[in-house]
Write a protein that binds this ligand. Structure first.
Ligand code: DX5
Ligand code: ZN
Length: 545
């Protein structure tokens, strides 16, 4: 079976991978957070969107093979297998413990060694440079046996210093092994330094092209780019593919990001609640393309893609549910091929249940309908349609609407709740201040009910309002005029991210106080706090440390 995880659910799963990995590393007092985090999106997409595999039957003959050649990323790898269901997540607390099957480097699964090997692990990694060769053996055997199982192999960039990697790189094209998809976790750090200082690898792309590989280069933290590259790789015949995934070592925790010190080091256990808050604090910026100049949607999408947008917010208005008309499913369908950035369709139409198939077929990754246009039965109908298409389901509520009682029975299936902070119908309106407390009350209620999805704030979100809604619990920020009224879209998006970042640092300091680890936290995070010390009012304190 292939998990076909919905976009927003996949994002949450990847957060869970990082959280389980860092908890295990802290508990063990050792481990490799850097490599576990740089490959988190890669492993998340493989296990939740790409691989044919079955956690309840790890040796299923029809499975695709995943060879993790960078064995030291074991905590992230184990966390991925645990979140996918190969073994209970609580076992992550036994990482690197004597007698535990979760050792510092993975042991290939064997029924004979049930207690000392890890279900789902295909290859005993550790000394690097060997995984690609093993992958070629499996791929060649599958070719000879006419089996269509694919082999995915994750390589570290430091590991490609090993000569054996290049012997293998020559071999795969020789045998036309198009059933091998290699992914290079190009995080530019190995051990205690930067690859380009230790053993320069660039130009990486040219090397693999010269060795007759099909080469695709991506941002390795953008799940849509990973999925797109894997799709493209599956279309290539008679040639192996390598995806060069440009990543950041330690991505997700700011003081670990791109920092060689966190290659093989464990955070203090007391820091874990703060690190979890940071990981769950990731925001997604969703520019609303109806804002700014009239239409010209294609150009706007390209601009915000270059500007670092995470999601494209598509305000569908039919002139009935709201006093404005924008565009419908056919326009979205035309815009879809422009980018692989996820499409967030916000349906402000009177009868979404009559048109839901059109939006499913238009290529949306998230479809949100208004609670005011549905009842339990209609929403249930929409839910079945949207979810069976593997699309994230959302429900939106107008400023005066509370989340309806019936919606609470679908919290496991709802990936996003849009809380309107303006009356729907137009961009450029003023933020309604009361919405901040509405979001925090809703967030509190949802937490108690175990909601794992997102809260999206929509309307009047800009540099002066984004911090309040972030503090209240919103993690997806729709921004129309705040982005498109700015000549420099990149700066506008960065400013929104900066503002929420300052709020996050303030909340983390508060948590450090509550856990009586303020000094220790500031020391660990100093290079991250210095640029915002002024806004946080801690300049003197930092200078004294
Ligand atoms: C309003 C829409 C919003 C709006 C956002 O009905 O749902 O998405 O376009 O635009 P700003 O950010 O300008 O309020
Ligand atoms: Zn909207």
């Amino acid at each position: 079976m292939i998990f076909h995880m919905r976009y927003l659910d996949l994002k949450r799963k990847i957060q869970e991978i990082r959280i389980n990995a860092i908890e295990g590393i802290a508990e063990a007092g050792s481990g490799h957070p850097g490599a576990s985090f740089s490959a988190a999106e890669i492993m998340g997409v493989l296990y939740f969107r790409e691989l044919r595999h079955d956690p309840s039957n790890p040796t299923w003959a029809g499975r695709d093979y995943f060879i993790n050649s960078k064995g030291h990323s074991a905590p992230g790898y184990y966390a991925t297998l645990a979140v996918a269901g190969y073994f209970p997540k609580y076992e992550m607390k036994d990482l690197r413990k004597f007698g535990s099957r979760l050792q510092g480097h993975p042991v290939r699964y064997s029924k004979l060694l049930e207690r000392h090997s890890v279900p789902g692990v295909e290859y005993s990694g550790g000394s690097e440079g060997i995984g690609l060769s093993v992958s070629i053996g499996i791929a060649l055997a599958n070719h000879i046996d006419n089996k269509d199982n694919n082999v995915y192999v994750l390589l570290g960039d430091g590991e490609t210093n090993e000569g054996q990697v290049w012997e293998a790189a020559m071999t795969a094209p020789k045998f036309k092994l198009d059933n091998i998809i290699a992914i290079l976790d190009r995080n530019k750090i190995q051990q205690d330094g930067f690859t380009e200082d230790i053993m320069p690898l660039d130009p990486v792309r040219d090397k693999w092209v010269a060795f007759n590989w099909n080469v695709i280069e991506i941002n390795g933290h953008k799940v849509e780019q990973i999925m797109d590259a894997l799709n493209k790789a599956s279309e290539v015949k008679d040639k192996p593919t390598i995806i060069i995934a440009n990543t950041v070592k330690g991505n997700g925790i700011k003081h670990m990001a791109n920092n060689p010190q966190w290659h093989g080091r464990a955070p203090h256990n007391l820091h874990i609640p703060l690190l979890i808050e940071e990981l769950e604090g990731e925001i997604l910026i969703a520019p609303s393309i109806i804002a700014g100049e009239k239409e010209n949607y294609e150009e706007k999408i390209k601009k915000v893609e270059r500007g670092g947008a995470d999601i494209i917010h598509l305000d569908v208005m039919d002139g009935i549910f709201v006093p404005n008309i924008t565009f419908l499913a056919d326009t979205i369908k035309k815009l879809r091929p422009i980018t692989n950035i996820p499409f967030d369709a916000h349906l402000m139409i009177e009868k979404p249940y009559e048109h839901i198939d059109e939006y499913i077929n238009a290529g949306c990754d998230i479809i949100t309908v208004h609670a005011e246009t549905c009842d339990n039965e209609k929403f249930c109908y929409i839910r079945e349609k949207v979810m069976s298409a593997g699309i994230s389901l959302g429900i939106a509520i107008n400023p005066e609407t509370e989340l309806p009682e019936w919606a609470y029975s679908y919290l496991n299936d709802i990936d996003v709740i849009i809380v309107m902070s303006v009356n729907p119908g137009f961009s450029g309106q003023k933020f309604i201040p009361d919405i901040t407390s509405k979001i925090s009350n809703l967030n509190r209620t949802l937490k108690v009910k175990g909601y794992k999805g997102y809260i999206e704030a929509d309307g009047g979100i800009d540099a002066s309002t984004v911090q309040r809604v972030y503090d209240a619990g919103a993690r997806i920020m729709v921004a129309g005029s705040a982005v498109f009224s700015n000549s420099d879209i990149n700066t506008a998006i960065l400013q929104l991210k900066h503002k929420t970042n300052v709020t996050l640092e303030r909340n983390l300091l508060k948590k450090a106080d509550e856990n009586s680890i303020r000094k220790d936290w500031i020391v660990a995070r100093k290079h991250i706090l210095i640029p915002v010390a002024n806004e946080l009012g801690i300049e003197d304190e930092i200078n004294r440390l």
